[in-house]
Design a protein around this ligand. Structure first.
Ligand SMILES: [Zn+2]
Length: 449
């Protein structure tokens, strides 16, 4: 027994020296690797001599100079696509999009419940620094009231040029950019509001015929947004009709503001109405909401968020800014993925780094995307309802583990789906419904053909 205990001790002593030298070598190897890795990382970050890296640096400094307004990556910035979930396809746009996008750089907007100036301007992609300048210098802009109109113009780089706030028809505040600051002035001249009824027939398509009838791009945009959940304007056919009641305010000969009081569109035998209520929103003639609601999550159960929405995410390896335009949910492979709202599937295919990828269009302003799916269960062009199972989550494309990458775009700009303000589909009740139905009578009677 004693011998047996002793012998391992002796053995240990015998092996002490080689054992330690092995340890020593191991230690040096580990030390070397530990020192070597950061050196390697430093190199990829700091050697800006290859053209590819130089392009990356330029792109990023450009994004930062724009004060964080990181655009939805469109596949041209290859360096970003390397490190984030960016599909290679772009959604095909049509003429209505251009109007909804306000390509002519001037927007009129009616304040609705829950709006803040900051959020509205962010939604329309206005330069953040301009928003900051305007809202911090003029605190009174926090007092926007429901139903009031604001309008603004931007240059092609989204820089705010002028902003106007119609407090009442003869009290308009104007904020004009001079240098990089805004200067306030006010117009108190009498403005004459005119009630106008415009009618038209569909001869080619709604946008062209509405323009011909005298409606402005902005007014057409308001009509298509108001009815976006009920009517697909692309389906209107020759012989269909529309009728619009507006109040336009004229400053001399120029149109300063217009308010759409009601619209009726006849599609075949069906009539679609949108009538403005006192809360600044549009309802159908029964006071029911024209918007539809969204789920916050495209999943049946709440799941852990493994990576949040972050337009300035730093890539862990390259140290470069690689916007994360969506939210990652940690879900195991095969988890059912649900459409967050009613809509039309516009993309359903395998697409490079996005893997199996679905894009759904909801109305005209909203789009959601679902990436890295294991299986796609829908086809392009298919109509889906809120809660429909559209796919199974997976780990396809450039993905380091099973998860669902989910994006929400409002007016073609990615926003945080967990915090974005989404339309609420609540109808009118009580007193506000009574007041609304009285309006329906007076406005509706003018909406004949
Ligand atoms: Zn992601």
């Amino acid at each position: 027994m004693a011998r047996q205990i002793k012998s391992p001790d002796i053995e240990k002593n015998n092996f002490k020296t080689p054992y330690f030298s092995i340890l020593g070598v191991l230690f040096i190897v580990i030390l070397f690797t530990a020192l070597w890795r950061p050196l390697n990382l430093d190199r990829t970050v700091y050697v800006p001599l290859t053209p590819q890296v130089e392009i990356t640096v330029n792109n990023n400094s450009h994004s930062l100079a724009d004060d964080g307004r990181v655009e939805m990556v469109n596949g041209k910035t290859a360096t970003v696509a390397e490190s984030s979930d960016v599909p290679e396809d772009e959604i095909v746009k049509d003429e209505l999009d251009d109007i909804v996008d306000d390509k002519d750089n001037s927007v009129q907007y009616t304040i609705v419940r829950g709006d803040t100036l900051h959020d509205i301007l962010i939604r329309y992609n206005v330069n953040r620094n301009d928003i900051y300048q305007l809202t911090t210098k003029f605190k009174q802009l926090a007092n926007l009231r429901i139903g009031q109109q604001i309008s603004w113009t931007t240059d092609d780089n989204h820089n705010l040029q002028t902003f106007s706030w119609t407090i009442s028809s003869n009290n308009i505040r104007i904020y004009e950019k001079s240098g990089d600051k805004f200067v306030e002035s006010s117009e108190t001249a009498e403005v004459v509001p005119q009630d106008i009824v415009i009618k038209g027939d569909i001869k080619t398509n709604f946008v062209a015929d509405a323009r011909k009838s005298g409606l402005t791009s902005n007014e057409i945009g308001i009509i298509t947004r108001a009815l976006q959940w009920r009517l697909d304007f692309r389906r209107l056919q020759v012989g269909d009709k529309f009728s619009v009641v507006l109040t336009r305010e004229m400053h001399g000969k120029t149109l300063s503001n217009s308010q759409l009081l009601g619209v009726r569109v006849k599609n075949g035998t069906k009539d679609y109405y949108a009538i403005l209520a006192d809360d600044g929103k549009y309802y159908d003639i029964n006071g029911s909401s024209l918007s539809q609601s969204f789920f916050r999550y495209p999943l049946a159960k709440k799941a852990r968020v493994s990576s949040g929405f972050n337009p300035r995410r730093l890539h862990p390896v390259t140290g470069q800014i690689a916007p994360h335009n969506g939210v990652d949910f940690a879900v195991s492979r095969g988890t059912p993925v649900l459409s967050v709202g009613n809509g039309e599937v516009v993309i359903a295919k395998y697409s490079g780094s996005a893997g199996n990828y679905i894009a759904i269009r909801h109305g005209r302003q909203y789009m959601t995307t679902y990436m890295h799916l294991d299986k796609i269960l829908v086809k392009p062009g298919q109509q889906v309802k809120q809660g429909d199972k559209i796919g199974l989550s997976g780990n396809t494309g450039r993905s380091t583990g099973p998860h669902l990458h989910f994006e929400l775009h409002i007016n073609n700009k990615p926003v945080n789906p967990l915090t974005a303000s989404l339309p609420i589909s609540e109808g009118l009740t009580g007193k506000s419904k009574k007041a609304f139905l009285a309006k329906v009578k007076s406005v509706g009677s003018q909406l004949n053909f």
